[in-house]
Design a protein around this ligand. Structure first.
Ligand SMILES: Cc1cc2nc3c(=O)[nH]c(=O)nc-3n(C[C@H](O)[C@H](O)[C@H](O)COP(=O)(O)O)c2cc1C
Length: 502
């Protein structure tokens, strides 16, 4: 099933990637891309495969996969379709140029965060490099130009992920809006395919793209010119799908900073918006500001069906440009790894360490939206709860904040659960009855609101109501009492397992 992934852009295998193809070729060189000749999405084969891949490999290890041909609506459509492209720590190590990449995801988490932290300046800012405009002849995204009656967005291999979804979706996008006063914004928003020339565009209320479209509407504009890149290079996609750039800041400058050189951009055919030259496809069009369509329902990021959303923005497509045989990217929302998470994690670490000087680790475990685990080098009573309160104050995903001591490996869920069982007393918790929360958590009582809990699972000190003396850990007693035991076993490990076929 595994075949070589063609790389069309000759770039070095690590560190700097002009296109998603370069990046996938680098993963493939490490044997980390699974290729399947064809699948029948009329029977939801690709979706079921994505579930099984993650069930069987685990979310931190399931590889990226590509399907060459997909049956959709009774017709076989050419891909390749790429899914599960980002987010595993060894793959991020490749993306961000970490030397000596291994498959050890814990080791690679530390290597990626260390490497990215070194790129932040003293104030926690990312390097920014403005993009550079190139000629259309140097832009692979212009290899094919479709206008007028040739515009037919339905003919590409966009998937309906679930029979309960409202339809087929373009869901790994970078949506470009440009406002004369606010500037350029690039955000990742799903787009429901409506017919040959119309797609919904779904920035949630409060998102920067939504704020720009709303500001234009308030000023009396009738339409907004918008361009959507599908399969943008990994650095543009990273900036567009995370909050690296604040409102009014230009995501493309952050993309340049991450790649270490100006991002090549090219002018659209029907407007002046500049888009990544090495994207797979650019969809150009106009978003009416006084006309809307209902959107959804859609299986959301928490793994539950989200409701139909009335009065959503949509786009009238004016032109599609694409590479020859463009790659189609698909997110199995709430399931697959769809975005690089290193820069956001490194930023969070930097930001929180200013508030919590004794912070030693921070991870939002994949597959458990709403949960965040931090570790601290506890030096004062009350420090666990204080640290948890800083993290819970974030309006993002932080609904359940678990604080542990620095000796706990927070990348190992078993160690964190062990801590809840053996170190934590439920009385060492704080429940915030209701606060702001933007995420579509299906358990929330009302949109934009949630309760939160801070679980202080650090060893409680006597003045916090903990025991006078904590019993030592058995593993530590072994390490101290027989310091040669672990090195002995580690040294003989291969010998013990040489006949093992498990
Ligand atoms: C695959 C994927 C799909 C996403 N879909 C949406 C979406 O439909 N609507 C939305 O508001 N945010 C969505 N997001 C999250 C936003 O892309 C993210 O919050 C980003 O920072 C928004 O850009 P902005 O801050 O410039 O508005 C998605 C993220 C990913 C990785």
């Amino acid at each position: 099933m595994n075949a070589a992934v063609p790389a069309t852009d000759a770039r070095p295998a690590e560190g700097r990637f002009d296109s998603v193809r370069d990046y996938i070729a680098a993963l493939d060189a490490r044997g980390r891309v699974l290729r399947i000749p064809e699948m029948d999405q009329d029977r939801y084969e690709v979706t079921a495969f994505a579930y099984r891949l993650i069930d069987r490999f685990g979310i931190e290890h399931a590889p990226a996969f590509m399907v060459d041909r997909i049956r959709i609506g009774g017709a076989w459509r050419e891909g390749p379709l790429l899914a599960n492209p980002y987010g595993r720590w060894p793959d991020e190590a490749v993306l961000f140029g970490v030397p000596d990449v291994t498959d050890d995801y814990q080791q690679m988490y530390h290597a990626v965060i260390r490497a990215l932290e070194q790129r932040l300046d003293g104030a926690g800012n990312w390097r920014r490099i403005p993009p550079v405009e190139v000629d259309a002849r140097q832009a692979p995204c212009k290899e094919v130009v479709l206008r007028g009656d040739d515009v037919d967005i339905e003919k590409f291999a966009w998937l309906q992920n679930n029979p309960a979804d409202a339809g087929r979706y373009i869901n790994i996008t970078s949506v470009f809006t440009v406002d004369a006063q606010i500037g350029r914004n690039v955000g990742t928003y799903r787009c429901q395919v409506r017919d040959r020339t119309r797609i919904s565009v779904n920035p949630e209320p409060g998102q920067d793209g939504w704020r720009i479209l709303t500001a234009m509407k308030k000023r009396g504009d009738k339409v907004a010119k918008v361009a959507i890149a599908v399969g943008a290079d990994p650095f543009t996609f990273c900036a567009s799908s995370t909050k690296m750039a604040r409102f009014g800041e230009d995501e493309l400058e952050f993309a340049g900073g991450l790649r270490g050189s100006p991002l090549p951009v090219v002018r659209c055919e029907t407007c002046d918006i500049l888009v990544p030259a090495h994207a797979e496809m650019i969809i150009e069009g106009e978003v009416p500001l006084d006309e809307f369509l209902d959107e959804g329902p859609y299986g959301e990021m928490y793994g539950y069906l989200g409701p139909m959303k009335p009065n959503n923005f949509f786009m009238n497509i004016k032109c599609i440009t694409h590479r020859r045989q463009p790659w189609i990217l698909n997110s199995f929302t709430g399931l697959t790894c769809d975005m690089p998470r290193g820069p956001q994690t490194a930023s969070n670490f930097f930001f929180y360490r200013r508030l919590i000087p004794d912070l030693t680790g921070l991870i939002a475990p994949r597959g458990a939206n709403g949960v965040i685990v931090i570790s601290i080098d506890k030096k004062l009573p009350g420090a666990g709860m204080a640290a948890g309160q800083y993290v819970a104050a974030n309006v993002g995903l932080n609904k359940v904040v678990i604080v542990v001591d620095k000796d706990v490996n927070i990348l190992n869920p078993t160690e964190v659960l062990h801590c809840l069982g053996a170190r934590w007393q439920p009385s060492a918790s704080l429940i915030i009855p209701q606060t702001q929360m933007m995420m579509p958590d299906p358990s929330r009582p009302r949109a934009m609101l949630s309760s939160k809990i801070i679980i202080d699972a650090t060893r409680q000190w006597p003045q916090e109501g903990g025991p006078e003396k904590w019993a030592p850990l058995n593993r530590e007693l072994l390490r101290k009492g027989a310091p040669e035991a672990f090195p002995l076993v580690d040294g003989r490990w291969d010998e013990y397992l040489k006949d093992w076929r498990g």
